[in-house]
Write a protein that binds this ligand. Structure first.
Ligand code: BYC
Length: 325
C-alpha cells in the first residue's frame, strides 16, 4: 500500500486543490485523516511520525539496559515507568501514522530493512547509571524542545498524540535531572560519572535536532505545511540556551571550549556537533546501530506467533458471527 502511495505521488496534485489545502493550513485549521491532502504531505507525515514512533520504541533499549541495575527499588520503579511510557508513545504515534494509510507491519519492516530511520541518539550506548540521568535530562529535554511546538502541528492525530506525550516527557526530563542532582551532590567519583555522561551525551543530544538549516532537505516544505513548526537550528539554539544554566546549577562543565554568551543575539554561541559522525550514524554506522536493529528484529520475529494467533482468533470470531447471521 505504501509503495502504491509513493507511486501515486508522481502524478501531480491539482493546483486548485493544493491552493485550497495551503489556505486551510495558513488559517491554522487541522487536517484530519479523511480530508484531501497532497501526496507529499501524506508521505512526509508518514516519514516523520513513523521515525518518531520508531525512536520511542528503539529508545526503550538503552534505558531498558539499566532496569535490572538501578541503584534502588525506587529508582527501578521510576525507570520502569519511564520505559513503559515510551512504549505507549510509540503506540500512539504508530496509530497516528496508520490513519494515513500505512500499517504498523509495513513501518516495522521499513525500520528493519533500513528504509525508515530512528533518532540518531539511540545509536549511542548507556555505559553507567549516570547515563540514565543524562538521557532523561538531555535527551528528553531535547525531545520536549522539539515536541512542544508539534502540539500545534497541522495534522490532527499527530497534534493530539503530542499533547499527552509532552506531559509525560516533562516528567521524564525532571527524573533525569533529579538523578543528575543526586550524582552531583554525591561523592567525587559520582560527580565525575555525571560529568562523563554529560561529556558523552552533549553533542549527540545537539544532533537530535537534525542537520543545520542549510543542510536540512525537508525543513522548508515541512514548515510551509506546518508539519514542522521551527527550523532545526532554532530549536538547537533554544535547547542550548535552556540547558547551559542547568549544567551550571549542577556544577558541571559543558564539553565545549567555545561556549560563550552572545549579548547581541541573546543566546549562547556554541560548537557544532561533528556532522560527519551524524551522517555515519544515519547510515547505520553508529556504535550500537547494528545491535539496536538486531534486537528489534528478534523482538519482531519472536512476536510473530502472537500476531498470527490474534489474527486467527479474529478470523474465527468473524466466521462464527457470519454463520450465526
Ligand atoms: N536522527 O531535512 P531534515 C524521543 C534525517 S527521540 C535520525 O532536517 P526533518 C525519545 C531526516 O529524517 C526524538 N535521522 O529532516 C526521547 C532526513 O532523512 P530522510 C524523536 C535524522 O524530518 C527519549 C535527513 O536526516 N523525535 O522522542 O525535516 C526517550 C535530513 O534532515 C535526524 C522526533 O522524531 C536524527 N536526529 O527533520 C525515547 C520528532 N535528524 O528521512 C524517545 C519529530 C534528521 O529524508 N521529528 N534526520 O531519510 C522531527 O521533528 C524531524 O523529523 C527532525 C528532522 C527534526 C528529527
Amino acid at each position: 500500500m505504501y509503495a502504491q502511495m509513493i507511486k501515486s505521488e508522481a502524478t501531480s496534485d491539482d493546483p486548485e486543490k493544493l491552493a485550497a489545502f495551503q489556505a486551510r493550513i495558513d488559517a491554522g485549521e487541522k487536517i484530519e485523516p479523511k480530508d484531501w491532502m497532497p501526496e507529499g504531505y501524506r508521505k512526509t507525515l508518514i516519514r516523520q511520525i513513523g521515525q518518531h514512533a520508531h525512536s520511542e520504541i528503539v529508545g526503550q533499549l538503552p534505558e531498558g539496559n539499566w532496569i535490572t541495575r538501578a541503584p534502588s527499588l525506587e529508582r527501578k520503579a521510576i525507570l520502569l515507568a519511564k520505559v513503559q511510557d515510551e512504549a505507549g508513545h510509540g503506540l500512539y504515534l504508530y496509530c497516528a501514522a496508520e490513519t494515513l494509510g500505512v500499517s504498523r507491519d509495513e513501518m516495522t519492516e521499513m525500520l528493519l530493512d533500513g528504509r525508515m530511520k530512528y533518532s540518531s541518539i539511540f545509536a549511542y550506548p548507556t555505559l553507567t547509571w549516570a547515563d540514565m540521568g543524562a538521557v532523561g535530562w538531555l535527551v528528553d529535554g531535547a525531545a520536549i524542545m522539539n515536541q512542544v511546538p508539534l502540539q500545534r502541528t497541522s495534522f490532527g492525530p499527530y497534534a493530539r498524540a503530542m499533547i499527552r506525550i509532552c506531559k509525560e516527557e516533562s516528567f521524564h526530563q525532571r527524573q533525569g535531572f533529579d538523578i543528575m542532582m543526586k550524582m552531583c551532590s554525591g561523592t567525587p567519583a559520582q560527580k565525575q560519572m555525571a560529568q562523563d555522561a554529560l561529556n558523552r551525551f552533549w553533542f549527540p543530544a545537539l544532533m537530535m535536532f537534525g542537520p543545520s538549516d542549510a543542510e536540512s532537505t525537508h525543513s522548508a516544505q515541512s514548515m510551509a505545511w506546518k508539519i514542522k513548526m521551527n527550523s532545526n537550528d532554532e530549536l538547537r539554539q533554544k535547547f542550548v540556551d535552556q540547558t547551559v544554566p542547568q549544567a551550571e546549577y549542577l556544577g558541571l562543565t559543558v564539553p565545549d571550549d567555545t561556549l560563550a554568551w552572545n549579548e547581541e543575539k541573546g543566546g549562547y554561541d556554541f560548537a557544532e556537533p561533528d556532522w560527519d559522525e551524524f551522517f555515519e550514524v544515519l547510515k547505520g554506522n553508529g556504535p550500537c546501530s547494528v545491535d539496536r536493529i538486531a534486537t528489534r528484529k528478534k523482538a519482531w520475529d519472536d512476536g510473530q506467533w502472537v500476531r498470527e494467533g490474534l489474527m486467527a482468533h479474529a478470523a474465527k470470531k468473524r466466521a462464527a458471527k457470519v454463520a450465526a447471521e
